[in-house]
Every structure is written in structure tokens, then in C-alpha cells.
Design a protein around this ligand. Sequence first.
Ligand code: FAD
Length: 398
Amino acid sequence: MLDSPERASSLAYDAIVGGGSVAGLSFAAEASRKGLRVLVLEEDKEVGEPEKCDGLVSLRELRRYAIPEDECIQSRVTKGVVFSPLGRSAALDASRLEVVVIDRSAFDEQLARAAEASGAEVVLGARVTGVDDADGGVKVRAGGQTYSAGYYVDATGPTGVMRFNRRGLVPTAKYEVEGDWFTDGVVEVYTDQEKYPGFFAWVIPRGDGIAKVGAAGFGINAVRALEGFLATRRSKIVSKVACTIYVGGPIESFVSGRTVYVGESAGQVKPTTAGGIPSSIAGGTIAARWVSESLLRKDPSLLARYQEEWSATYGKEYRLMTRLRHIHESLSNKDLEKLVATLQRPKVAAKLAAGSFDFHASAALSALGVRGVLQLAGVLVSSEARQTLASLAKQREA
Ligand SMILES: Cc1cc2nc3c(=O)[nH]c(=O)nc-3n(C[C@H](O)[C@H](O)[C@H](O)COP(=O)(O)OP(=O)(O)OC[C@H]3O[C@@H](n4cnc5c(N)ncnc54)[C@H](O)[C@@H]3O)c2cc1C
């Protein structure tokens, strides 16, 4: 890895990637494997630092693209517990979902090593400040240098997606804390529309008496919300991050001229929970295959296949998740009480336990069944949520 932009050659590349995290590094590894000359420009001085993500991920989906080394796995999740605003709780067995907590910094380093081993150059401390179309390719400015390439791959995460959908960004605070009030292997989710509108607070133990604890919500001061959550839980704060998560769904077009968007910058993040590790890696990997095909066959029209292929896997589920997100945003605290009561039903909990972490929207609707969804719609207070749920049930029945 190079620690200064000066050391990278200014020769032409096939693709220049802005952003050296999961999506950009996965693109770089796959494209280099296909024989492309790839340069990754990462603004931070270290890959994976500062660590923002909590690294809660299902190996079932992730291993389609990358298997985390044993050293990256911090903990295995056996149970999830969802809390209502009044403290009612529903426990969900997660032991069959293959969910683990990974060390995101270590995992990003693993991906960077893989990209370099395949031949990609990774330059740190190089912020992309401009991209212009030029001579059938692009000119990319970073760290006082100008690089030329066939394509620019925007893998800049929230910075990238902000240009398309600022309203999909949710203020977030995430601390790592030492404490004795959480249990290793048990992930907790706290719902409350007043404290965390449209989102929730969460506790993800990562072993050794440490948990990743966060809070997010539209229009809130997330740091204050998280401090409020921790006020009654004796904790020693190990680290603090204030950032944003994105829940606005995929952007309209993953390719614009000679710029290809991958990962969070393309909105490839679950609209329900903002989890985006596997789907962003998928975005980077699939994009690399089609950029390389389009260059090898000298046919830029092939790039359209990238969005088609990503959407074939995630498109339907993400559309469903977007509808569930709208329902979540319109729920009242009374509705949340009813929802958690539904999750307490043994039949529903058992079906969710056999479902899917990454495709949880379809899994949850099948667990409830058409009758269950209609029943739930019938007891909700919010008329908007009631109507949307009822129309979802009718669509599934048709
Ligand atoms: C608090 C929090 C918790 C999360 N928890 C989970 C979780 O438990 N499970 C899960 O699956 N997902 C989680 N996510 C989401 C997940 O982190 C993202 O979906 C994923 O990291 C997206 O990867 P990416 O490569 O597209 O973008 P990012 O990981 O955001 O990386 C973008 C990279 O681009 C760099 N960059 C930005 N601008 C420039 C520029 N101009 N020039 C050069 N470099 C630039 C940044 O420094 C960064 O390294 C969480 C996110 C947050 C914020």
C-alpha cells in the first residue's frame, strides 16, 4: 500500500476507484483478477479506520463473495431481542441464521490485501476532489495529482449517495462500551418512535465484555439519544463515532457516463436496517465483471448488465424493504407495542428463526402469512401503516 499519492504512477488505468472500503476494494480485487489496471484512492490514512460499521453480518450471504478470515470474527450471534417502547420484549432464535459480528477494520484490511495481491494499487491519504470526462475516459484529481482512466468507480459511501438522496441519510451515533448489562451472542434492538423516529437503538456485543451500541433516528441529535440510552446502563466508553447511515434505497442508475457507482454510494444498503456489507461487496464485484467485459469487448453498452445483475438478486427485496420502511416511519409507539406482541407469538418467532437475515422482509411477511399481515394491519393505530400493510397482504394473496 502506498502512503502518499506522489508514489503512484500517473500512467493511465483502466479503472480508478474513489474509496477504499468494502465496495471499492471488492471492485479492485475482481477487476484486477480480470486483468484490468486498477488504482484505488482512499482519503483516510489507514484502511478500515476510523471504524464506523458494527460488522453484523450473515455468513450465508457474505461467503458468496468473500469469507472473513477467522481473526476478523469477533462473536457469533445466537439470539436477537426486540424491545417495545414500554419494555415488552420478543426473543428471536438466530442460531440458524449464521450471523456473526466482524471486526470491520480487520476485514477491510483483508480485502485490501486481496486487491493488492491481484495487482491493484491502493493509495492512502488521497482524497478524490474532481472527476472530468476526457478523451473517451476520465481524469481524476486527488492529492494534487491528475490520473487518467477508462472509468471512475465511485465507492465513496455516504458522501457519494448524498448527491442523489440526502433525505435517505439518518443521523447516527455509535459507541463501543465496556459493561456487564449485555450478553455475548445476544443482539438487542430498542424501538421507540419518540426517541429514535424511523429507526432504533441497538446493542451488538463483540466479546470480551465490550458491545457496539448505537442510536439513529430522523431529525434527532443521535449523540444525545445514545447518551440517554446509556444513562441507566453502567458503561465505560471505549470509542465514539458520530456519522450517518443510509436507508433511501438504490439510486436510479448505477452508471452515469464513465462513472460507475458501487456500494453505499449506489444505495446498495438495506432500507430497513442500513446493513450493507454483503450487498455492497456484491455491487463492487458485479460491477468489476461488467466494466472488464465492456473494456475487453469494447462495448460500453454491456455496463447496463451490472445494474440488471445486482437487481436480479436484491431488487425485489429492497423494494419490499422500502415499503416496510415507510410503514415503520408512520408507526406510533402504540403500534410498536402491538408489533412486538406479534413477534412474541411462538409460531411467528419459529418461522422467523428459519428465515433469512439478508432477505428479512420477505422472510417476515411469509412468517406472518397473508392472514397474519391482515390481522396486524387491523390492530395498528396508524391508518397509513394499516393501509400499506393491507395492500401488501393483498398483493401477496394475488
Ligand atoms: C454506525 C454504522 C453501523 C453499521 N453497521 C452495519 C452492520 O452491522 N452490518 C452491515 O452489513 N452494515 C452496517 N453498516 C453499513 C455498512 O457500513 C455500509 O453499508 C458499508 O460499509 C458500505 O460500504 P462502501 O464500501 O460502499 O462504503 P464505506 O464503507 O462508507 O466506505 C467509503 C470509503 O470511501 C472513502 N471516501 C469517501 N470520500 C472519498 C473521497 N472523496 N476520496 C477518497 N476516498 C473517499 C471513505 O473514507 C471510506 O473509506 C453500518 C454503517 C454505520 C454507519
